[in-house]
Design a protein around this ligand. Structure first.
Ligand SMILES: *Cc1c(COP(=O)(O)O)cnc(C)c1O
Length: 417
């Protein structure tokens, strides 16, 4: 065992010891990762994997990227945390970058996707109270959505499995099926009939956790129109699909619309925790004291996130995302054709892609992920029937090919014939 596999206390890594001390909130695959470089990671046994999970769509620059190392080192030596009692130059610079590269005019920084969505929910409610005189504002969200694990965001999440056991949930949320305009219109009409009012519609431009389901252009364009007509805020959760993963900076650019409010987190810091809530200046109803976060917008996270943004731009990585995404989808389509009895569909944008397994076979996404791990590739389920591919945005052509070769072999081991 190499010295790297020893913890600080000199104890070799042990899954049993880990499980004895860490709450079992996660179903973990039985490998422990300790080192990474580019699109590759190594486990404590020294085995190498191609990382097509990237910390679930966070490590946009991959692992140990020189620009990330430089930014982390520089910022920790200079200043890592103060307080929002004072002006923080890095926070201002990152906010300026974000507003220059998005539909947003104003930014609030926090630490995670759930926290950004909590902020969006609070902002929409305050807007409804202050500007629209709505007593009891309703936010409509979608079935199969995912917005986080806090109480308000599990309530916003239209999947009962995340809510089970945690009642009472937060009031004020109503659900409608995704990509179904008629159903959404009916839902809004029913809320109106009840004498309540819809303050906001909260959606993902592409549903990530819910099965890698891209938003339908026509559906979103019609929603934008409805929101404009009725004075409803359109909130987009860009936590997973935003920050370049779709091949454009923001998922909504694939839909030809702009939101009033949107959120970012996963890819924003390239794996360093940071979240952001953005809005048009017309929606910014927050006043001093309305919302806060101790760590939100600290010099460390903001300095690093700014370096990540600038690196994505300088290295022209959006183009890489588009090209590698197309290559990945083409290969996965070919694999789907090769295994029509297992694979139903391949879909996605840029470097967020899903391979849906056929409903009429017993094969689950976890079984495919396990088989891929055995072939040296890390993948992540997006629900019981969809395997998700979210590699670092720096992934190269040979790595995409190698990952697809491994998936092909993995499916061969699972195929009955
Ligand atoms: C991951 C995710 C979240 C939650 O982000 P956390 O950082 O885990 O709180 C919210 N929305 C979407 C779309 C996500 O993919």
């Amino acid at each position: 065992m190499s010295p790297e596999t020893l913890t600080k206390t000199g104890t070799p890594f042990s899954i049993d010891r880990f499980d004895a001390n860490v709450m079992t909130t996660y179903g973990r695959f039985p490998i422990a990762l300790e080192r990474g470089e580019g699109s590759r990671v190594w486990d404590t046994e020294g085995r190498e994997y191609l990382d097509f999970v990237a910390g679930i769509a966070t490590c946009t620059l991959g692992h140990a990227h020189p620009a990330l190392i430089e930014a982390v080192t520089r910022q920790i030596q200079k200043l890592h945390h103060v307080s929002n009692l004072y002006y923080i130059p890095e926070q201002g610079e990152l906010a300026a970058w974000l507003t220059q590269h998005s539909a947003g005019d104003r930014v609030f920084f926090c630490n995670s996707g759930a926290e950004a969505n909590e902020g969006a929910i609070k902002l929409a409610r305050k807007y409804a109270h202050d500007r629209l005189n709505i007593e009891d504002p309703v936010i409509v969200t979608a079935h199969a959505s995912f917005h986080g694990r806090t109480l308000a965001t599990i309530t916003a999440t239209g999947q009962p499995k995340y809510q089970k056991g945690f009642s009472p949930l937060v009031p004020g949320f109503v659900y409608a099926p995704y990509n179904d305009l008629a159903a959404l219109e009916t839902t809004i009409a029913e809320i109106d009939k009840d004498g309540r009012r819809v303050a906001a519609i909260l959606l993902e431009a592409l549903q990530g956790e819910g099965g890698v389901r891209p938003g339908d252009r026509e559906y979103f364009q019609k929603i934008r129109q409805i929101c404009d007509e009725k004075g409803i805020l359109l909130i987009l959760d860009e936590v997973q699909v935003g920050m370049g993963r779709s091949g454009k900076w923001w998922g909504y650019e694939n839909l030809g619309i702009e939101p009033d409010i949107f959120t970012s987190a996963k890819g924003l810091g390239g794996g360093i925790p940071i979240g952001a809530l953005l809005c048009k200046s017309s929606c910014d109803v927050f006043e001093p004291g309305n919302h806060a976060s101790t760590f939100g917008g600290n010099p460390f996270a903001c300095g690093v996130a700014l370096a990540v943004c600038q690196t994505l731009e300088r290295e022209n990585l959006l183009e890489n995302v588009q090209k590698r995404g197309e290559q990945l989808r083409n290969r996965l389509e070919a694999i789907a054709t090769q295994y029509p009895s297992l694979v139903a569909e391949v879909r996605g944008w840029g470097l967020i892609n899903g391979m849906e397994l056929r409903a009429d076979v017993e094969l689950t996404s976890i079984e495919v992920v396990n088989a891929a791990i055995a072939q040296g590739v890390l993948l992540v389920p997006a629900g019981p029937k969809v395997v998700r591919f979210v590699p670092p945005l720096i992934v190269n052509e040979a790595e995409v090919d190698r990952a697809c070769d491994a998936v092909e072999k993995a499916l061969a081991t699972l195929s009955p014939s």
